[in-house]
Write a protein that binds this ligand. Structure first.
Ligand SMILES: NC(=O)c1ccc[n+]([C@@H]2O[C@H](COP(=O)([O-])OP(=O)(O)OC[C@H]3O[C@@H](n4cnc5c(N)ncnc54)[C@H](OP(=O)(O)O)[C@@H]3O)[C@@H](O)[C@H]2O)c1
Length: 278
C-alpha cells in the first residue's frame, strides 16, 4: 500500500486531497493543527495527527510516523494579505515561516526517507500568485514567489536521487482561504490610508466564496493525485479560476496596464489618487 503524508489536511485542498487518496486505497497520514476538523478523515481511515509546520520538532514527529513515504503533499499555508507597510513584521515573518519554511522543514525530514527508498514525490501547493502579484497581497505573493523558486531548486537537487518535485499552482479555489485572507486584509488596513481599499478587496474575496465559477477544492485534489500518480508528472500544474489569465496578464501587459487591471478587477477606481497622513 502506498503512503502519502499531507501537511495541512484539516481544510480545503489538503482535506479533499486526503479524501481522494483514501478513496484510491492509499495509506494517508494527515497532519494539521486543528484535530477536530480532521475527524471526518479519521473516520474514512486516515491517520490524523497534530502538525504545526512552523515547529521543527512537530515536522520531525510527523515524518517519524512511517518508514516509507511515497508522496509528501505540502498544503499548509494561508494568505497574510494587507498593504506591505501595514502588516506587522511578526505577521509578515509568520507568513514566510508557514508558506516557505514550512515546506523546507517538511522536506528536510522527508527527503532523507525518500532518498533511502530511491524514490518519492514532493508536491508543493504554491499558487498562480507565485508568478503574478495582486493588489494588497504583497506578503502572500512574496511567500508564493519564494515557494516557486524553492520548487525549482528542490527539483534540480532531488532528481538525481529519484525524487520528483512538483508545483501545484491553483487560481482561486473555494476553501477556508478566502475568509482568512479577507480577515487579515481588513485587520491590516484598519485606521490606515488603505482602509477603504482593504475593505473593498476583502469584500470581493468574501463574495468569491459563493461564485459558481470559482474552482472547487475537489478539482485541486485531482491535480495533486495526478501529480502523485502520473508516469511522467509535469513540473508544474497551473489551473483554476483566474490562474492562467493572471499569469498571462503579468507576462504580456505593461506594468502600468497590469496595475490598472488589478484595481479594476476589485472594482476600484483606476485614476484614484490617495492622500492622507495616517
Ligand atoms: N484557496 C485558494 O484560492 C488558493 C489558491 C492558490 C493557492 N492556495 C494555497 O493552497 C494551500 C492550501 O490552502 P487552502 O485553499 O486549502 O486553504 P485552507 O482551507 O485554509 O487550508 C489551509 C490548511 O493549511 C493548514 N495550516 C495553516 N497553517 C498551518 C501550520 N502552521 N501548520 C500546519 N498546517 C497549517 C490549515 O490547518 P490548521 O489551521 O488546522 O493547522 C489548513 O488545513 C495554501 O498554501 C494556499 O496558499 C490556495
Amino acid at each position: 500500500m502506498k503512503t502519502v503524508l499531507i501537511a495541512g489536511a484539516s481544510s480545503g485542498i489538503g482535506f479533499e486531497a486526503a479524501k481522494l487518496f483514501l478513496k484510491n486505497g492509499w495509506r494517508v497520514l494527515a497532519g494539521a493543527r486543528n484535530q477536530t476538523r480532521m475527524q471526518p478523515l479519521a473516520e474514512l481511515g486516515a491517520e490524523i495527527f497534530p502538525l504545526d509546520v512552523c515547529d521543527a520538532q512537530s515536522c520531525k514527529d510527523a515524518a517519524a510516523r512511517c518508514d516509507r513515504i511515497d508522496v509528501l503533499v505540502n498544503c499548509a499555508g494561508y494568505g497574510q494579505y494587507g498593504p506591505i507597510e501595514c502588516v506587522k513584521e511578526e505577521d509578515a515573518k509568520r507568513q514566510m515561516d508557514t508558506n516557505v519554511f514550512g515546506i523546507v522543514r517538511m522536506v528536510q525530514e522527508v527527503a532523507p526517507i525518500m532518498r533511502k527508498q530511491g524514490s518519492g514525490r514532493i508536491i508543493n501547493i504554491t499558487s498562480c500568485g507565485g508568478m503574478a502579484t495582486t493588489y494588497l497581497g504583497g506578503w502572500y505573493h512574496m511567500s508564493k514567489y519564494a515557494a516557486e523558486s524553492l520548487c525549482d531548486a528542490l527539483r534540480m537537487e532531488l532528481k538525481p536521487f529519484g525524487i520528483r518535485v512538483i508545483a501545484i499552482e491553483p487560481g482561486l479555489v473555494k476553501t477556508g482561504w478566502e475568509a482568512i485572507t479577507a480577515d487579515h486584509l481588513e485587520r491590516a488596513g484598519e485606521g490606515t490610508v488603505y482602509e477603504a481599499d482593504c475593505k473593498t478587496v476583502a469584500a470581493v474575496y468574501r463574495a468569491a466564496a459563493s461564485w459558481d465559477a470559482v474552482t472547487k477544492p475537489e478539482t485541486a485534489a485531482k491535480k495533486i493525485y495526478c501529480a502523485a500518480t502520473a508516469a511522467h508528472p509535469k513540473a508544474r500544474y497551473l489551473f483554476g479560476f483566474g490562474g492562467r489569465a493572471l499569469v498571462a496578464a503579468r507576462r504580456l501587459l505593461s506594468a502600468g496596464i497590469y496595475d490598472a487591471v488589478m484595481r479594476k478587477m476589485f472594482g476600484l477606481k483606476v485614476t484614484k489618487k490617495l492622500s492622507g497622513t495616517a
